[in-house]
Write a protein of this length. Structure first.
Length: 305
């Protein structure tokens, strides 16, 4: 496949932390800062450029751990996560710098998460008909199942590029027995312990899937709440009671798990065309970060292009 007409929208913090917590990458900057996570992320971006040469690319970062609009709605949202220390902040800032030097557009916001930035870019690029270079495919580069809600077989695919094959809408249907448009309601019912999102007590993956198969959506479940106890589902009477007693909590959970798609981040798709690598800047960066061994890869990449 020729990826020149494809966009790679990267869930950057997810990949950074894979490398940050790895014992493999022991690097330090000229000033003595640990830079192993930066090395891993830089090598990751270089691999994308070497293997795929996408025509469009954006690196989206999280900067809204406790300032996200979701915290206004539910203060406990992600409250189980520790705030980034100085080391993480230094390395994330460096990751943004190298992403730009390698030609990617960088997005971060203190009120919206990377998921929201990616969701909004997906919407804007799917709506954009003005760009000279048409973007035929959108690859969300992440392993996060939250992105299932954005999948669309015509253009949008989820791809954990270091581990798995791309997942399309039809793949999602086969893997989860749910449609992408049901994924928000599924997550609302099940909750998310990682993000501290409350679900409905007694409802797990199997029960949520059964309920959505039966009624199609959360709205359908609520409209038929009086009939739930007729279903052959374990503890269905308790589940029915839990849903009835927690309508407001369920509504909050649905907001928490829904990716925001209405941000205006670009004027047109051409705004995130992958730019030529700044060799001098990237080479200087790698040397300052303590991994001059990547300079040759950057030079070869420029020569190939």
């Amino acid at each position: 496949m020729n990826y020149k007409q494809s966009a790679f929208l990267i869930d950057s913090c997810a990949y950074f932390f894979r490398y940050y917590f790895s014992d493999v990458y022991q690097y330090f900057s000229d000033e003595g800062h640990a830079s192993g996570g930066v090395y891993g992320f830089t090598s990751f971006l270089l691999s994308i450029l070497e293997k795929y040469s996408p025509g469009f690319g954006a690196c989206c970062f999280d900067e809204a751990l406790d300032t996200c609009f979701r915290n206004d709605i539910y203060p406990q949202y992600k409250a189980n996560r520790a705030a980034p220390d100085e080391d993480i902040e230094f390395q994330l800032s460096a990751c943004k710098q190298i992403a730009e030097l390698l030609g990617f557009s960088v997005f971060a916001h203190n009120r919206y998460e990377a998921d929201d930035l990616i969701g909004s870019l997906v919407r804007q690029m799917c709506e954009d008909l003005s760009s000279e270079n048409s973007c035929e495919s959108l690859f969300i580069i992440s392993g996060d199942k939250d992105f299932y809600q954005l999948l669309d077989d015509s253009r949008v695919v989820l791809w954990d590029i270091t581990k798995k094959a791309p997942i399309s809408q039809s793949d999602c249907n086969e893997l989860t027995q749910l449609l992408p448009e049901q994924w928000i309601d599924f997550q609302t019912l099940v909750g998310d312990a990682v993000d501290n999102v409350p679900g409905v007590k007694g409802i797990g993956v199997k029960t949520a899937t059964q309920l959505l198969h039966q009624y199609g959506s959360l709205t359908g479940i609520l409209e038929n709440i009086e009939q739930l106890n007729t279903l052959k589902i374990r503890n269905i009477k308790n589940i029915q009671s839990q849903i009835q007693d927690n309508i407001s909590s369920i509504a909050v959970s649905k907001i928490l798990v829904t990716i925001e798609k209405n941000l205006t981040l670009i004027d047109k798709s051409d705004d995130i065309v992958v730019k030529p690598i700044s060799f001098d800047g990237a080479a200087k960066f790698c040397c300052q970060m303590g991994f001059p061994n990547l300079v040759n890869r950057i030079e070869r990449l420029i020569q190939l292009n």
